[in-house]
Design a protein around this ligand. Structure first.
Ligand code: NAP
Length: 251
């Protein structure tokens, strides 16, 4: 296959499992050197690295809780020390603490906002300087259709994902003049650990509401991210690309 991301170095946050794992593998397949960030799942992250290396690519696992600014800074520093540059940042790390607002605790709120939204601020802040210096960058943030249209039981999650949309558009305006694009993808329902425990009736209703009639695969999100991270998307910035089987349509 064509290797459009040859000579690019990418950081993918939360790449040990699920969508992040698929993104790391897809970027590597397209030629990028990949930093596989993880929080707790060291073995799974190393398995992603092994997979990339077995296919002849370059990858490295780096542990960091990206919801903490110092750790996000260190993740980027380690990447630049090892590979000399960072061209692509994919802010994928995320979590849920679904509850109705009436029973949601302050800890549920804080945990989701810190992990999903503060992490994006942290990692963008950490890569901004090295990218500005090189006058090149591709930032892709993983939002969600919940952040676009809301979802009962997800006030914290939807707020974090809507926040990512505002951050994406604002940062696209700030960094555009430096040849750095900032975009987001908004997945619909995708089969991962995050959705493994969805109640059967919610899963059935989600599938019924999706014109393509099924949940998405992590690889289908990864292909959209890889496109936005490539030079094929060089004139796209501040955009939110829904990858949801048609679940949410804007007209
Ligand atoms: P997942 O399978 O639960 O994986 C979550 C990943 O995030 C793991 O690699 C985890 O690392 C990492 N992570 C969590 N907190 C972290 C932190 N503080 N620092 C670094 N890494 C952290 O989730 P997923 O379904 O693949 O979701 C990935 C992204 O897509 C999330 O942003 C999610 O909101 C979004 N999304 C998912 C769906 C869906 O239907 N699945 C839909 C829309 C949007 P460890 O394993 O090392 O802890």
């Amino acid at each position: 296959m064509d290797r459009p991301l040859e000579n690019r170095t990418a950081i993918v946050t939360g790449a040990s499992r699920g969508i992040g794992r698929a993104i790391a593998l897809e970027l590597a397949r397209r030629g990028a050197t990949v930093v596989v960030n993880y929080h707790h799942s060291a073995e799974a992250a190393q398995a992603v690295v092994d997979c990339v290396r077995e296919a002849g690519g370059q990858a490295l696992a780096i542990q960091a809780d990206v919801s903490v600014l110092d750790q996000a800074m260190h993740l980027v520093e380690q990447t630049v020390d090892t590979y000399g540059q960072v061209d692509i940042l994919v802010n994928n790390a995320g979590t849920t603490r679904d509850r109705l607002l009436l029973t949601m605790t302050e800890a549920d709120w804080d945990e989701v906002i810190q992990t999903n939204l503060k992490s994006v601020f942290n990692c963008c802040k950490a890569v901004a300087r090295p990218m500005v210096r090189r006058r090149y960058g591709r930032i892709v943030n993983v939002s969600s259709v919940s952040g676009l249209v809301g979802q009962g039981g997800q006030t914290n999650y939807a707020a974090s994902k809507a926040g990512i949309v505002g951050l994406t558009k604002s940062l696209a305006k700030e960094l555009g003049p430096r040849n750095i694009t900032v975009n987001a993808v908004a997945p619909g329902f995708v089969l991962t650990d995050l959705t493994a425990d969805l109640p059967d009736d919610l899963r059935r209703r989600a599938i019924e509401a999706t014109p393509l009639g099924r949940m998405g695969n992590p690889e289908e999100i990864a292909c959209a991210v890889a496109f936005l991270a490539s030079d094929d998307a060089s004139y796209i910035t501040g955009e939110v690309l829904t990858v949801d089987g048609g679940l949410v349509m804007h007209g």
